[in-house]
Design a protein around this ligand. Structure first.
Ligand SMILES: [Zn+2]
Length: 434
């Protein structure tokens, strides 16, 4: 049986599945000709034509004339994501900033805004109010005929996927915050609001559009105030039983180390996190951490011995933790983001050396250690993927032009591609990695 159609006995279900496959190709890869779509999906040209017409009637894609493509025969028009069609609102509540972006299919950020926020304890209500004010700019810039399909928020904490409830966000001082409900009430857009862990969402973005494209086993390590990881194993993002997986910053690496704010001692982030870096360079807690790191990196680049010692020590601890992750997950690539992308030139060789010494034979030869490629907007891009997931899983939930709007399926929460599988079963896995 064709794996693309296994379990899809009903013609309506099969058509929904094919619409979804086609929209996913265009969303992930950008403009594609009908013949490219045919070879990627295995569908014939007339079916492609009919599906493209339906997606176009829902203003999800548009056909445009081909460019100057070489090759025999008359070039076919390109099917591209529609930039002035439906959008999602992506938001990020980071340790020291708030950001929002209006994102079109294809992952294009149309309008965005970011504002600095003080570090430390912040009231969830005040943050949500600020987020609402910040969002009014990008939302106000939207043209008519651009409905917002969904909202997704990236939060640096333990997020329960099903209802967007934040159990704990230590760097914001949050415990038990129903953030999805608060954001929904503040924005009053009458669309689903999803919430994800920032490291998970940024990793999803890197896997879809950045350093992890085409990788079935891929890890991202994000250094900010703490350490977060996103894990893709066997092509699937690992969320854990309720969504808390990836808290690698609290692996114990030094049982006799310093106390961690999580209540344990000698966690990876107390040895290799931002505070540790500043402490090792002679700085104290508190103060402007970002400015301290800027100074420290400038000093290291200028060859200052104390700064270089601090960076090297953190590099060793990073390598020790990464070696453990390599032993457990055997990833093809590990991408370093945030603080670690900035440290990368100083610590790459140290990490490679630690990994070579601390992993069993072979895995260390096979893992590439690289920098992330999407930069500071990775969590926003990942939040947009989460918000678009229900639409891509079932494009027919978006109403046709002139029709009454259909409601997206609110129950389809969770991480990006996983929503597809929850809605239609595991048979879509092969197509997701294309
Ligand atoms: Zn800890």
């Amino acid at each position: 049986m064709d794996p693309r159609t296994a379990g899809l006995g009903q013609p309506a279900a099969l058509r929904r599945h094919n619409l979804s496959s086609l929209l996913r190709e265009v969303h992930v890869h950008g403009a594609l000709s009908r013949s490219e779509l045919a070879s990627r999906t295995g569908l014939n040209r007339s079916t492609i034509g009919s599906l493209v017409a339906e997606l176009a009637s829902r203003r999800l894609v548009a056909e445009r004339p081909p460019g100057d493509k070489a090759g025999p025969g008359r070039p076919s028009p390109l099917v591209a994501p529609l930039l002035d069609g439906p959008v999602v609102l992506a938001a990020e509540m980071a340790t020291d900033s708030l950001a929002v972006a209006v994102v079109a299919l294809g992952g294009t950020i149309l309008h965005s805004a970011r504002m600095a926020r003080p570090r430390g304890m912040r009231s969830p209500d005040a943050e949500v109010t600020a987020l609402g004010q910040l969002a009014s700019g990008p939302l106000g810039a939207l043209g008519g005929g651009q409905p917002v399909l969904a909202v997704a928020v990236a939060v640096p904490g333990l997020v329960r996927r099903d209802d967007g409830f934040v159990l704990l966000a230590p760097n914001l001082g949050w415990r038990n915050v129903p953030i999805a409900d608060l954001v929904a009430a503040e924005l009053a857009l009458d669309v689903p609001v999803f919430v994800g862990n920032d490291a998970d969402l940024a990793t999803l973005a890197e896997h879809t559009r950045g350093a992890g494209v085409g990788q079935s086993d891929f890890l991202c390590l994000w250094g900010e105030a703490g350490i977060g990881a996103g894990i893709i194993a066997g092509g699937q993002q690992i969320g854990g039983s309720v969504g808390y997986a990836g808290e690698v910053g609290h692996m114990t690496v030094n049982p006799d180390g310093l106390p961690c704010h999580c209540g344990s001692r000698g966690c990876w982030e107390t040895e290799a996190g931002e505070e540790a870096l500043i402490r090792l360079a002679g700085g104290g807690p508190g103060g402007d951490a970002r400015a301290s790191v800027d100074q420290l990196l400038a000093a290291a680049a200028a060859g200052d011995p104390e700064a270089l010692r601090a960076v090297t020590t953190v590099g060793h601890w990073l390598g020790i933790g990464i070696a453990g992750l390599v032993n457990v997950f055997n990833p093809g690539t590990i991408a370093l983001g945030g603080l670690y992308a900035r440290l990368f030139p100083f610590v790459r060789a140290i990490i490679v050396d630690e990994v070579a010494h601390r992993t069993i034979a072979r895995p260390h030869d096979l893992v590439a250690i690289v920098r992330v490629s999407l930069g500071a907007d990775a969590a926003l891009v990942g939040a947009a993927e989460l918000a678009f997931a229900p639409t891509i899983a079932d494009p027919a939930t978006v109403s046709r032009v002139g029709a009454r709007r259909a409601r997206p399926v609110a129950a389809m929460a969770a991480l990006g591609g996983r929503a597809v599988e929850q809605s239609q079963g595991g048979e879509l896995a092969a197509q997701r990695t294309a």
